[in-house]
Design a protein. Structure first.
Length: 406
């Protein structure tokens, strides 16, 4: 079984190089390093770290933005004619992300050891997804690595733009919801008991609405409220774990598509990702069966992935892409007809990119419409709830004032 060994060597120019290498034993590592013309300073086996290697608790994640910048700079350097190892060395030195610097350095060492760039990138699937490494492999085979990297960068930037729009649009409603919940909790735990003590001292008769508000306040500050909070936390933890299972993920994805207003948004996002991913892979020269498999794994919805898998099975039997895709209710006629035209004219990648652009604009419009709808609804909802509590607290006071005036 291959083990990972850390090494420090000196090259012919006297420069000290460190890195990692997988081999059966230490002797194999030393032999490979000598064959490459290095003078060995030290070689030792790496011990697996449970904290970092298996649990990844303290391992920082690389941001998508950093990967996009790295890819575009990489493409520019390759296009300028710089050697591959030199490009990686420069990028490792100038990137602002320490986590990405470590990964680029490891990729550089792997390339120096004789691995291809796609193989070196595939060793870091959390950072460079299967889509990324597969496109790089196609670019290496076709000799158009710079063009492929530019396509990857454009794809990542498109996804970042959609993600940024959705995040920006949903920030205000989420903030409003958080403030609303916090305000209600503060009123029920701190304000309502104060009014209750005042009503008790005054001997006021409490209306039904006021009794309900006070009962809710008692529940929240009692041990029953604490049990409810703990039960909710435990329930959320178990729900998150269940949603990570295949059955849970399928149920969640089906629910997303059936939601009254948001279902359309999730559907369009899946169609956009399908079109963009498949179009980019086809344009990069990835074989169609492999492109469909990668698209199925990255489309983001299990039901849509099942439809793509059925298309892949049909293509394997000699069928077209559009015909089996048209049998799925998840793909509108517009998509299948454009794909059919793309297959007939040999411009499948162009048609897929047009479909992706269309759904990207649809997503932007849907998000904007949802935002303009959610903001007033949340303001009205907050006003109704807070107003109900205020009215419930002042009704006994109004009742007492009426008695005194009579």
């Amino acid at each position: 079984m291959a083990q990972t060994y850390s090494y420090r060597v000196r090259d012919r120019q006297g420069k000290i190089i460190s890195g990692k290498l997988e081999a059966e034993n230490e002797a194999s590592v030393s032999q490979r390093l000598r064959e490459m013309g290095y003078f060995i300073i030290g070689v030792e086996e790496e011990k697996a770290s449970l904290t970092k290697k298996e649990l990844h608790i303290f391992k920082p994640k690389v941001k998508q933005k950093d990967i996009t910048v790295f890819t575009r700079q990489f493409a520019t350097m390759i296009n300028a004619g710089l050697p591959l190892v030199k490009c990686l060395n420069i990028l490792a030195e100038q990137t602002e992300s320490p986590a990405l610097t470590e990964i680029i350095t490891d990729v550089q060492h792997e390339v120096e050891m004789g691995r291809s760039l796609s193989e070196a990138l595939a060793k870091h699937p959390d950072t460079f997804k299967e889509l990324y490494s597969s496109m790089v492999k196609a670019g290496e085979i076709g000799g158009v690595l710079d063009d492929v990297l530019l396509r990857v960068a454009n794809t990542l930037e498109s996804e970042d733009e959609i993600r940024r729009r959705i995040k920006s649009a949903m920030t205000y409603p989420i903030a409003m919801l958080g403030i609303s919940v916090l305000l209600l909790v503060v009123m029920l735990i701190f304000v309502v008991p104060t009014f209750e003590r005042m009503f008790s001292d005054m001997g006021a008769n409490l209306p039904f609405l006021t009794k309900i508000i006070i009962t809710v306040s008692h529940f929240l500050v009692s041990w029953k409220g604490a049990i409810l909070v703990i039960a909710l936390i435990v329930g959320i933890v178990f729900l998150r774990r269940w949603l990570k299972t295949p059955n849970g993920r399928r149920k969640l994805d089906a629910l997303k598509l059936r939601l009254p207003v948001f279902g359309s948004l999730f559907h369009k996002m899946s169609l956009s990702r399908f079109s963009r991913t498949l179009g980019t892979l086809v344009a990069s020269g990835v074989p169609i069966l492999q492109a469909l498999e990668i698209t199925s794994n990255t489309v983001g919805n299990v039901l849509v992935a099942d439809a793509v898998d059925s298309v892949r099975a049909g293509v394997k039997e000699g069928d077209s892409i559009a015909r089996p895709l048209g049998q799925s209710p998840l793909f509108p006629p517009m998509v299948t007809q454009m794909l059919a035209i793309g297959e007939e004219t040999g411009a499948l990648d162009t048609m897929l990119n047009k479909v992706s652009d269309f759904y990207d604009s649809e997503i932007a419009a849907t998000v904007e419409a949802l935002t303009s709808l959610l903001e007033p609804l949340m303001i009205v909802g907050l006003g109704v709830v807070v107003g109900t509590i205020v009215i419930a607290l002042y009704m006994p006071i109004f009742s007492l004032i009426t008695q005194f005036t009579e």
